[in-house]
Design a binder for this molecule. Structure first.
Ligand code: C5P
Length: 301
């Protein structure tokens, strides 16, 4: 994720992510859960820009716009993670946040695709440049972890194994490009509710964890079918109980014969792993006529 300057405006493209594997290792005393997950950034982007305000003393503001075809309602600008991240960075640097951020949303919300977290990471990168702070990525990652569990991942610029509550990021080199069809059904799932359901029913979760090591080895060796067998999301059962249409959606994706299909993050979006970018686009065309919601063909980046 890099900030570019165009005349007096700075801009960043903020990618979405998919969890190709998500193990929930247990709940913690601080209310979070320990995870082990393999996250892949994908080529579906929000666009964040920043320009100086006309008067230097004006408060820092955020304008929100949606490029979302379903016209899904955007959460209000005030609690948006862009302003939260901007404030945390300014506090750390001992300056006042300033200027106008403009965010054009394409990544569906409450989808498990990391849109809000990616916007927050983009804000840190952009404001670090625009406000001439000059912090290193390591320093930004510490601030990022306070903003949200998935925010540090987006500073890594590539696939990564994430642990802890998500903030311990280990970039994974050497993965081939991956191609996906993604469906975001109407309606989203709040992350806290899905984890809350998992916690309440944790004694019922009999499912084995996926081995991220063997998943990575299979992906690196191009053994996509074996890799697909190792892809698993341990929040999927909880999310499907809260939103039964997820089960129907996965059945629809499965009917198109992907390598495998699963839910991303805490849902509600689900994806099929395709054998090629062409197959991902074919599945997207078919699914557009079969399911309600937004359908995307995306590749990893
Ligand atoms: O960190 P973030 O703000 O994205 O988390 C939102 C909520 O999701 C947390 O308040 C918590 O309830 C839940 N969560 C969790 N364990 C994680 C990440 C998130 O329980 N590892």
């Amino acid at each position: 994720m890099f900030a570019h300057q165009v005349h007096s405006t700075w801009e960043v493209f903020a990618p979405a992510k998919l969890n190709v594997c998500l193990n929930v290792l247990g709940s913690r005393a601080d209310g979070f859960h320990n995870l082990e997950s393999l996250l892949v950034p994908v080529q579906l982007y929000d666009h964040l820009s920043w320009s100086a305000a006309s008067t230097p003393d004006s408060p820092c503001t955020l304008e929100l716009a949606s490029a979302d075809r379903t016209g899904e309602k955007l959460s209000s600008a005030d609690d948006n993670l862009v302003l939260v991240a901007a404030k945390r960075l300014a506090d750390a640097a001992g300056i006042e946040p300033r200027g106008t951020f403009r965010l054009v949303k394409r990544i569906p919300q409450q989808a498990g695709m990391g849109g809000g977290s990616s916007d927050a990471a983009a804000t840190l990168v952009l404001a670090n440049a625009a406000w001439e702070i000059g912090y290193s990525r390591e320093c930004l990652a510490k601030i990022a972890a306070d903003v949200g569990s998935d925010v540090p991942f987006f500073l890594a610029d590539g696939p990564a194994r994430c642990r802890g509550r998500g903030e311990i990021v280990e970039p994974t080199a050497g993965l081939p490009p991956l191609h996906f069809v993604v469906v975001k059904p109407p309606g989203g799932l709040p992350t806290a509710e899905v984890f809350g359901h998992w916690k309440q029913h944790q004694t019922e979760h009999a499912e084995q964890s996926a081995s991220v090591d063997s998943l990575l080895a299979n992906l690196r060796q191009g053994k996509l079918r074996d890799a697909g067998r190792g892809m698993l999301n341990q929040l999927q059962n909880s999310a499907s109980r809260l939103m039964p249409t997820i089960t129907d959606l996965l059945r629809e994706i499965e009917s198109l014969n992907p390598v495998t299909c699963l839910m991303t993050g805490s849902g509600s979006a689900c994806f099929g792993v395709a054998r090629s970018a062409v197959q991902a686009r074919q599945m997207a065309r078919r699914l557009s006529g079969m399911v309600e919601g937004q359908v995307f063909a995306v590749s990893s980046c």
